[in-house]
Design a binder for this molecule. Sequence first.
Ligand code: DGI
Ligand code: FE
Ligand code: FE
Length: 194
Amino acid sequence: MDRDYYLGLIKSRMGEKRYIHSVNVSKSAVELAKRYGADVEKAELAGILHDCCKEISRDEMLQIITNGGIILDATEKNSSKLWHAIAGSVYIRDELGINDEDIINAVRYHTTGREGMSLLEKVIFVADFIGAERDYEDVDIMRKKAFENLEDAMLYGLRFTIMNLSQKELTIHINAVECYNEILNKRSCLNDSL
Ligand code: DGI
Ligand code: FE
Ligand code: FE
């Protein structure tokens, strides 16, 4: 993997803060990949690239998405925060020529998660929450969970996101809800027993 090439590329597409975040996510992704047995090189690359379309204009994001043949659902249309992940997955496929489906999906679903995520997708989803520059209130709990049990960490991250969005009366994407439900449904206890 040409690490320096991809680092240079994302550096030219974003500000210093976002660049540092991307490098940190890639480092966390490598650590998680080692911990859980995911492909370390793919984790590093997906981490570097996951926010590669975060700081381009909304028009550009939409153009990339349309060119990639993706039709947004109603929630995606109304939530511009979701566009960078979808645009990023198209960009790395069509502009950078990355043809690894798992890396493409890890970028595409890093914001919402989805049902049936691969190990690499989970690693990137969680790494995004624990990069070294993150300093939200419960980041230490999240970091601990991330290395103890990947799905516990995902659940914690999803709860955090879903609570934040609903408090602000913002839409919650179906992929986030399905990801959240899947984790709980896999657990043996009855859902309504509490
Ligand atoms: O790109 P980052 O800032 O590193 O993090 P991210 O890709 O997880 O994006 C977080 C933003 O996306 C945050 O402002 C909340 C928003 N978001 C995450 N899940 C959903 C969502 N927005 C909507 N409307 N629905 C979701 O399910
Ligand atoms: Fe992101
Ligand atoms: Fe990110």
